[in-house]
Design a protein around this ligand. Structure first.
Ligand SMILES: N[C@@H](CCC(=O)N[C@@H](CS)C(=O)NCC(=O)O)C(=O)O
Length: 219
């Protein structure tokens, strides 16, 4: 098998790529990385010194591909399947990539900042940064709610990279700041994402690790 995904099932950015892989039933070897394990961490840092997963290793092309959006772009280019995650029309592809950026930068990362702060040691919290992240998360959700309108998926009627991004970002954002009552388009869209078999599978595989998510520390 040519492709190996270095990942952890609980990681939202890894779920983004898993959703893309499952959409197209792309064969890959799952290589789970436990970053708390010093040996596994050291081995992973050799592969990608930035130390953030997911990372895709493609032996056939001798390529190491970090960054979730780039991995999905790479898969679309070199391992395409029946679901076109990056539209072939360049203008539509730009819309999808722009939506992916909005979701990653203004929903996913603020959510990650808020969750990450709860896991910091006492005395090293960043309340100002968390306040900013909470405000940005609301702005990001507002933009997504506005742009979704009555669309089925993030960018129109086809499931794309942007939906792979949105699914895990919204899954955890809904724990941090439930949006069911505040962002109705997002809430209805989130229901569709939860029902999508590719993402449902990623969530099911993360379930055994949910106890590691600091839900009780979120206020
Ligand atoms: N921009 C990166 C973000 C990846 C990322 O933040 N991954 C998190 C897990 S969701 C991680 O590796 N955290 C471990 C750490 O920072 O030590 C991407 O899109 O892949």
């Amino acid at each position: 098998m040519s492709l190996t995904l270095h990942f952890h099932p609980l990681s939202s950015f890894c779920q983004k790529v898993l959703t893309a892989l499952y959409e197209n039933a792309t064969p890959f070897k799952p290589q789970m990385v436990e970053l708390f394990d010093p040996a596994q961490r050291a081995a992973f840092l050799k592969l990608w010194p930035i130390g953030k997963f997911p990372v895709l290793r493609d032996e056939a092309r001798d390529r190491t591909v970090p960054e979730s959006s780039i991995i999905i772009d790479y898969l679309a280019q070199h391992y395409p399947g029946p679901v076109t995650l990056i539209p072939t029309d360049p203008e539509q592809a730009l819309r999808v990539r722009a939506c992916d950026r909005v979701i990653d930068l203004y929903i996913h990362l603020p959510m990650q900042k808020i969750v990450g702060d709860t896991m910091r040691p006492e005395g090293s919290h960043d309340p100002h940064g968390v306040q900013e992240a909470k405000a940005m998360l609301q702005t990001g959700l507002g933009v997504l709610d506005r742009d979704l309108g009555a669309s089925t998926w993030a960018v129109g009627e086809s499931f794309t990279l942007a939906d792979c991004s949105a699914a895990p970002a919204l899954f955890y954002a809904n724990e941090v700041a439930p949006f069911g009552e505040t962002h109705r388009n997002v809430a209805a869209y989130f229901e569709r994402l939860l029902a999508r078999p590719s993402f449902a599978r990623a969530v099911a595989e993360a379930k055994p690790y949910f106890h590691m998510f600091p839900k009780d520390k979120l206020s």
